[in-house]
Structure formats: C-alpha cells, structure tokens
Design a protein around this ligand. Structure first.
Ligand code: UD1
Length: 428
C-alpha cells in the first residue's frame, strides 16, 4: 500500500496550480444523465473519486471519453460524457458504497427515466450522514419512495416530476444538487428555499443553464427552476478547488514562505483567509490566483466554527487544526456540520499535539515543536491535516493508508515538493 514520507522543516516558496474541484466535478459528471447529448467538462481533476464515478455512470449507459488521462501534466482533463440512452436505473451497492456522491444519480435518473433504484450511500466515515432531506425534496416533486433491502426505490408520477416549493430545514449541499438537477426536467416551477450556496452548487447551476435549464437565484439561498422538456449538450470548465487551495494556504501558513495558489479565487475562500490572517499569515488576490505568505510572524491561536458557505468550510477544519497545533495560545475549533469529524485528533497527538475534544469542540493548546511520527489517514480531509503537521514537524513522518488522500488531492506530493517540501510517495 502506498505511503507518503516527508521530512519537516522546509519553508514553501513558489507556485502551486490548483486543480478543478472534486466536489464540483462529481455533480457535473452526474448532470450528463439529464441529456442524450454530449456534455464536455474541462479542467476535471485526476482523482480516484472521478474514476470511480465514471464506472458508476457507465453502468447507467453513459459513454465516457477522457482526453489527457495519462498525460503527466497538472492541467485538468477534458471529459466527454454522453448518456444517449439510460440503460440501467439501478445504482448497485458495490459501486455506491465507495462514494457518497454517487447517490446523487437519483435526481437525474428520476427526472429523465422516471425511476431509480439507488443503494443507500457510504463515503467518508464522518458521521451518520442521513438522506432524509433528499427524500423529502424528491417526494415534494411527486416521487413515490420506498426503502427496499438497503436501496431507495423511487418512481416519478405519470408524466414525470412536478415542480414544487421545497424548504430545506438545514443547508445541505448534496440534496440541493439533487433537487436542482431533478427540477430542471420537472413540469412547472420549483423553488428551493434555504438552498446551499457553495461555489460548487453555483458551478453546477451555471452548467445546467448552458444545457438549457432555466434557473434564477444562482449564488443565493433561493433557487428558482422553471422546468423544460429536455436539456441539450454543453461545454463547461470545472471551478477551481477552494478546499485544495485552502489546504495549501494552511500548509504555507504552517511552514512559512510565499506561495501563489494559481487559479484560486479569494471570494470562494474568504472565511478561511480571514482566519489565516488572524493567525498571522497574509494574502493578496492576484489576477491569476491568491498569494499567501508568512514571514517572521509566529502563528497565533484563533477560534473557528464550521458553517455552510460562505462560512468556514467543514472540509478545512482538520487542516486548520493541524495549523493550530503549533500556534501560540489556545484555539477552540467547533464542528457544527458533522458529529464525528475529529478522527484526526488521535493521529495529530502522535506528533505531540495537545488537543482535547469535548462534544463538538476541540481545544488545541499550541506546542512549540511537533515531532515527526508514523500516522494513519482516516478520511479524506483528516489525512491532509497530517501532511500539514508533518511539514512543520522535526524529523520524518510517514502517512499510511493514503488512498484517502488520492480520492481528493491530485498529485499532492508533486505539488508540495515543487515548492520546496521534502515529500515523496513510497509505493508498495
Ligand atoms: C458536506 C458539506 C460540504 C462538504 C462535504 C464533504 C456543508 C453544508 N456541506 O456536504 O461542504 O464538501 O460535506 O465533507 O458544509 N443532512 C441531513 N439529511 C440529509 C442530508 C444532509 O440531515 O438528507 C445533514 C448532514 O448530516 C450534515 C448537513 O445536513 O449534517 C449537511 O449535509 P450536506 O451538505 O448534504 O452534506 P454533503 O453534501 O456531504
């Protein structure tokens, strides 16, 4: 099994190209189910989750062609997806259990094929992650739903889904994606209230508009969708990954140095940049990205609470905790999105970090020096917090089980070594 080996202590200097966002690429790929025409996606990251979703979509009848898959470059891939015909409306357990986002096929399948049988999802073990709000939304659109042997079996009413007013009691990225996609082909108007405003939701909505969908309110808490009879093909470039950018911003804040995060947009990362500034780093927005630097100043303890966008992202919580392990003072980190997202705490402790967890709050007392250690990746974002700690720790760190990292970070070791980190992948 592959591992990452790194030796801490180097500052980071140079440029890191930020890839297309995994969390945008996945719903965009799924949107290909909504039309018989080709959907061309540009800047698709080379990630294990993307390849896995290709397999899932192929099972439904999507023809996937990837240009540049084997090219050794950090430019994104161009992917053409064409669902000329939906040949299977079942998403089986073996495929869905590995990636939660694959559950989202339920929306387009119901909208276009009027039926879907989708296994209840798996994905990162970061809490119970129920699907009740997806089912609530789909029922409002007229679907009949039953749970049968671990599968959600959904049927559209005669004539297809019907527009409705859906008011989510809680902000959910996944259910917003699904209802948005389903509503594009429903009869009449759908209004999604308390919709997720994450940049990935807007990216999906903008692509759907290019495909002929009628959507207003993009980027706000209320999305209005006027159903159309069919969608057509389009070409769309995947938005840059704000979580990858935020991760490398935190790595730079941790080690010190000066790095340009190419393609990153500050507007997608404002809450994190504000916290990094309070912690002693600085940033400037440049025409082609965000420059982050920390020269001389120590890292100060800062409190953080995760929130839906535009608040501080839950997907950056573990990385920020990594940074706070070496801060001056005591930081309180409150996780409000998931109830079990502190699995990195036990691993960070192996570096000598001082962290106590009480319910939703982790209290981090900064130490003056971390020491390299053998650690184990537990979930996608947690694993990269171990890399951040390792970059500043004295001596050698080995991160085991890095298949979690490969799900969401494209060539992490290449990107970090290009800016001066001593880091390599050890295979076998
Ligand atoms: C969430 C994050 C997203 C992140 C992803 C992976 C938010 C709002 N969402 O998206 O930024 O990239 O995790 O880490 O920060 N929920 C229900 N019932 C449902 C659906 C969701 O109770 O049917 C709850 C979830 O358990 C969670 C909250 O709503 O507490 C947000 O869920 P949702 O945004 O859908 O989760 P993801 O799409 O996985």
């Amino acid at each position: 099994m592959d591992r990452i080996r790194l030796v801490g202590g180097n500052e980071l200097h140079g440029e890191i190209p930020i890839s297309g966002a995994k969390n945008a690429a996945l719903p965009l790929m799924i949107a290909s189910l909504l039309t018989k025409d080709p959907l061309v996606l540009e800047n698709v990251p080379r990630l294990a989750d993307v390849t896995q979703l290709e397999r899932i979509l192929e099972n439904h009848g999507v023809d996937v062609a990837v240009h540049g898959r084997r090219v050794q470059t950090l430019e994104g891939q161009r992917m053409t997806l064409q669902a000329a015909e939906i040949v299977d409306t079942t998403a089986p357990y073996e495929l869905v259990s590995t990636m939660r986002a694959s559950f989202w096929v339920i929306g387009p399948l119901l909208a276009r094929a009027h039926e879907a049988r989708v296994s209840l999802p798996g994905g990162c073990a970061i809490g119970t992650r129920p699907v009740d709000l997806f089912l609530y939304g789909l029922k409002e659109l007229g679907a009949e739903i039953e749970i049968d042997e671990g599968y959600v079996v959904a049927r559209a009413p005669k004539g297809g889904l019907r527009g409705a007013r859906i008011n989510f009691p809680k902000v959910t990225v996944g259910a917003t994606h699904v209802i948005l996609m389903a509503a594009t082909l429903a009869k009449g108007t759908t209004v999604i209230e308390n919709a997720a405003m994450e940049p990935e939701v807007s990216d999906l909505a903008e692509c759907l508009v290019k495909m002929g969908a009628k959507i207003t309110g993009i980027g706000t808490r209320t999305l209005t969708i006027e159903g159309v009879d069919e969608l057509h093909g389009a070409t769309h470039e995947v938005v840059a990954d704000r979580i990858e950018a935020g991760t490398y911003a935190m790595a730079t804040a941790m080690t010190g140095g000066n790095v340009l995060l190419k393609n990153a947009r500050a507007i997608h990362l404002q809450a994190a940049l504000d916290k990094l500034t309070a912690a002693g780093a600085q940033f400037t927005s440049e025409p082609n990205g965000i420059r982050i630097y920390r020269n001389g100043n120590g890292i100060q303890a800062v409190d953080v609470e995760t929130e839906p966008f535009p608040g501080f992202a839950t997907d950056l919580q573990a990385q920020f905790m990594g940074l706070m392990t070496m801060a001056q003072g005591v930081s309180h980190i409150r996780e409000t999105i998931f109830e079990n997202r502190f699995m990195h705490v036990a691993e960070l402790a192996r570096f000598g970090a001082d962290i106590k967890v009480d319910g939703q709050v982790a209290t981090v007392t900064g130490v003056s020096q971390l020491k390299g250690a053998q650690v184990m990746a537990t979930d996608l974002r947690a694993s990269v917090s171990l890399v951040i700690a390792g970059l500043a720790a004295k001596g050698e760190t080995v991160v085991n089980r890095i298949y979690h990292l490969d799900r969401g970070f494209e060539r992490l070791e290449d990107k970090l070594s290009a800016v001066g980190a001593e880091i390599e992948r050890v295979t076998g």
